[in-house]
Design a protein around this ligand. Structure first.
Ligand code: C2E
Ligand code: MG
Ligand code: MG
Ligand code: MG
Length: 286
């Protein structure tokens, strides 16, 4: 430490640094405790077939029910959980819990679970996925694993090999937040993704900016040419849904169709309201 080695120039900054470090350590400690105390919960958001507004999948989104600070969104703690390695047991818990919930859904509804790049480097991911499927009884074909470009960033052969092993189990691999990272197009050659999720930043601007609309329709056409599906994220208005449908996008997710919520709030047996108002809902008996 600076204090002990006599480099006086560092002393001046010490109190502030110590306070920051202490806060960071406290946060990390609380985060580890949160897993033991079962303070994490999974919220679920429907992904719908744009043409019918009928759910075809559901994304699991983790939250931290903090005893004093209320519900904390994942962007606030997932990066820290990744830094301290907690994402490995946390991710395992999320996958297991989500699979156990999803097995009770109608069998044409898939479950989408987000994976961190850190889980790919753990060496245990394939076993974790296999055992979550086996112990829940969820068929592999009903599981979609969402990854971001960060998994592929190093063009790292191990992560690509893990992706192939996961696909070998029969699960689908989905590329999340497409278009926000670097050299996205080259990533599409690295692995045959089942689906690409178009990032909500493009969707948000597509009705007001023709360049965003052009990017969105290009992504959809590119995905089609590569035999991959597309899901648009962050669909908030009927106009966006209409533009996406016209551009050939098959699936959508966003507040228009349903916000993330506890599993008890999930409605899977009828189309969401907006589509009912504009077209005849397609009902399938279950
Ligand atoms: P993501 O996987 O891209 O998830 C979509 C995010 O968009 C979610 O944010 C969702 O609540 C939000 N969203 C959905 N519809 C709309 C909409 O119409 N408008 C707007 N503005 N936002 C919408 P959330 O739940 O805060 O999650 C943020 C990110 O945290 C996720 O982005 C994902 O990268 C990460 N994350 C969430 N759960 C997990 C998890 O279990 N494991 C890991 N590793 N990461 C997770
Ligand atoms: Mg996702
Ligand atoms: Mg996303
Ligand atoms: Mg995201």
């Amino acid at each position: 430490r600076a204090k002990a080695d006599g480099r006086g120039c560092f002393r001046f900054f010490e109190p502030a640094m110590d306070a920051d470090v202490r806060l960071q350590r406290e946060f990390e400690f609380e985060l580890r405790e949160a897993l033991v105390r079962q303070e994490f919960e999974i919220h679920y958001q429907p992904i719908v077939d744009i043409a019918t507004a009928r759910p075809c999948a559901v994304e699991a989104l983790v939250r931290w029910r903090h005893p004093h600070h209320g519900l904390i969104p994942p962007d606030k703690f997932i990066p820290v959980a990744e830094e301290i390695g907690l994402i490995i047991p946390l991710g395992e818990w999320i996958l297991g819990a989500a699979c156990r919930t999803a097995v009770a859904w109608p069998d044409d509804i898939r479950l989408a679970v987000n994976l961190s790049a850190v889980q790919f480097r753990s060496g245990t991911l394939v076993d974790v996925v296999r055992s979550a499927l086996r112990s829940s009884g969820l068929p592999a074909t009903r599981l979609e694993l969402e990854i971001t470009e960060s998994v592929l960033l190093q063009k790292d052969q191990d992560s690509i090999a893990v992706l192939h092993e996961l696909a070998g189990l029969g699960v689908r691999i989905v590329l999340d937040d497409f278009g926000t990272g670097y050299s996205s197009l080259s990533y599409l050659q690295l692995f045959p993704f089942s689906k690409i999720k178009i990032d909500k930043s493009f969707v948000a601007e597509m009705s007001s900016r023709s360049d965003c609309a052009a990017i969105v329709s290009t992504i959809i056409n590119l995905a089609k040419a590569l035999d991959m599906g597309t899901t648009a994220e962050g669909v908030e208005t009927q106009e966006q849904a209409e533009l996406l449908r016209a551009a050939g996008c098959r699936e959508a997710q966003g507040w228009l169709f349903g916000r993330p919520g506890p599993p008890s709030a999930l409605v899977l047996d009828r189309p969401a309201e907006p589509a009912q108002a504009t077209q005849t809902p397609v009902r399938i008996n279950r």
